[in-house]
Design a protein around this ligand. Structure first.
Ligand SMILES: Cc1cc2nc3c(=O)[nH]c(=O)nc-3n(C[C@H](O)[C@H](O)[C@H](O)COP(=O)(O)OP(=O)(O)OC[C@H]3O[C@@H](n4cnc5c(N)ncnc54)[C@H](O)[C@@H]3O)c2cc1C
Length: 397
């Protein structure tokens, strides 16, 4: 087989790129290892309303709910609620959302090969993608787009991974007593070291998930739903419908282009460093990939041409990634006691006002900078030794 572009992975990033390039008249083949797009999807499905607006994605039937507030449960278990009274994010049905993107790609002219797994690449002037499954064949392409998620085979085969840093995650869907407009976030080293757990309403169900930088995420999630003093009273653990596990990559841990190869979405590590949310960031960067690919396919998509993609991503998200990773390193090292102190700050009116003014669901840099600028005023509220312990990670992650 031959194609202009082979996209490995039929998730949101792959289908988005597939549609855009097919619309430009390129012959696009999207390969997806599963028999159905969007299933399984280990994802809480929260996407900022502003992000969708920016991407010109109109909310449709796949919107299961609207979030107006976040309730944080620090290790002290004293909840702090943050809300600006407006809808900040949608909770989406990932399977239906992914399928809509796949439908658009096919409608635009892309070929979608389901139950077909990319098992290797032969690099060269015309890279060859080796496929197994429903189609046991090789496809010769002018450009290969790796949209195959965090553990991307394309990234590994081409040698684009610099360091393999992931958060391990698990999520289940069940019935729980939660408000339909609030996501709840639970922090504590005993159940989610280095990250947090969540209860997110999704229509009639609730997505209960957890990410961790250490150990077995599924074991930790099952322990969380039984032992967390608050969450365990809300969750009906006998009504679990499904359980998924997944990985969240870290930005800037991989090069995102090579000769005739580009990475997009999770494969490129394009997620928000603090929350792992990758739908908006992945699609926003995928737009940049498309612009560069269209130009590069006009002649030869060499590494020299595709470098513009990395430059564009860094221009749009570089500061967001860099500052977010530094703050994440601090957060990962925080003791429960220090986390409690940080969340206590959120009870203070002036800190809440700062958060309300600067919070952007899809870009955390603005709030982080506002907090840093106001550090001289905020720091006396924390003990000096707590600040000194972590400050070096702000300079060097
Ligand atoms: C527990 C959890 C919760 C999350 N919650 C949120 C959230 O609330 N909001 C948010 O914005 N983001 C969230 N994310 C992140 C979000 O799910 C990802 O950023 C998003 O799915 C990335 O889309 P993608 O298209 O890059 O990759 P994926 O959605 O992973 O799609 C990759 C596709 O490639 C296919 N594939 C993989 N390897 C091959 C191969 N060798 N051959 C063929 N096909 C292959 C896979 O089957 C898959 O369909 C969460 C992630 C996790 C793990």
């Amino acid at each position: 087989m031959q194609a202009d572009v082979v996209v490995v992975g039929g998730g949101p990033a792959g289908c988005f790129v597939g549609e855009a390039l097919a619309k430009q008249g390129f012959e696009v083949v999207i390969v997806e290892e599963h028999g159905e797009v969007g299933n399984p999807a280990c994802c809480a499905g929260i996407v900022g309303t502003g992000g969708f607006r920016e991407l010109k994605i109109k909310p449709r039937k796949w919107v299961l709910g609207k979030l107006r507030r976040a309730v944080f449960y620090p290790p002290s278990n004293r909840p702090v609620e943050i809300s600006r009274g407006k809808v900040e994010a949608f909770v989406i049905d990932r399977a239906a959302f992914d399928r809509e993107l796949a439908r658009k790609a096919v409608k635009a002219g892309a070929t979608l090969l389901l139950r077909t797994r990319c098992v290797g690449l032969k690099l060269g002037r015309e890279p060859v993608v080796k496929l197994k499954g429903a189609r046991e064949t090789e496809v010769e392409a002018r450009l290969v787009v790796g949209a195959d998620g965090p553990a991307s085979i394309v990234a590994r085969e081409v040698g684009l991974l610099k360091t393999a840093r992931y958060l391990k995650c698990a999520q289940l869907e069940t019935v729980a007593k939660v408000r339909s407009d609030a996501t709840e976030l639970y922090f504590g080293s005993s159940f989610a070291p280095g990250f947090f757990a969540w209860l997110t309403p999704a229509g009639d169900l609730c997505r209960v998930g957890l990410g961790t930088s250490q150990g077995n995420a599924l074991g930790k999630l099952l322990s969380f739903i039984k032992t967390c003093p608050t969450a365990s009273t809300k969750i009906q653990s006998k009504k679990i419908l499904n359980i998924y596990t997944g990985l969240i990559p870290e930005p800037l841990t991989r090069k995102i282009y090579a000769d005739r190869v580009m990475l997009v979405g999770d494969a490129a590590g394009h997620v928000k460093p603090l929350t792992g949310g990758g739908i908006y960031v992945g699609l926003s960067c995928a737009q940049l990939a498309v612009e560069v690919a269209i130009d590069a396919l006009g002649s030869e998509p060499t590494a020299k041409k595709l470098r513009a993609y990395e430059q564009a991503v860094m221009k749009r998200f570089g500061r967001e990634f860099e500052l977010g990773i530094r703050v994440r390193r601090i957060f990962e090292r925080m003791t429960d006691e220090d986390l409690n102190s940080i969340f206590e700050l959120l009870r203070k009116e002036d800190v809440r006002a700062l958060v309300h003014k600067n919070f952007d669901f899809d870009r955390h840099e603005k709030l982080l900078r506002a907090l840093l600028i106001n550090a001289p005023r905020l720091l006396p509220l924390l003990e000096l030794k707590k600040i000194l312990k972590y400050s070096r990670y702000l300079l060097k992650p």
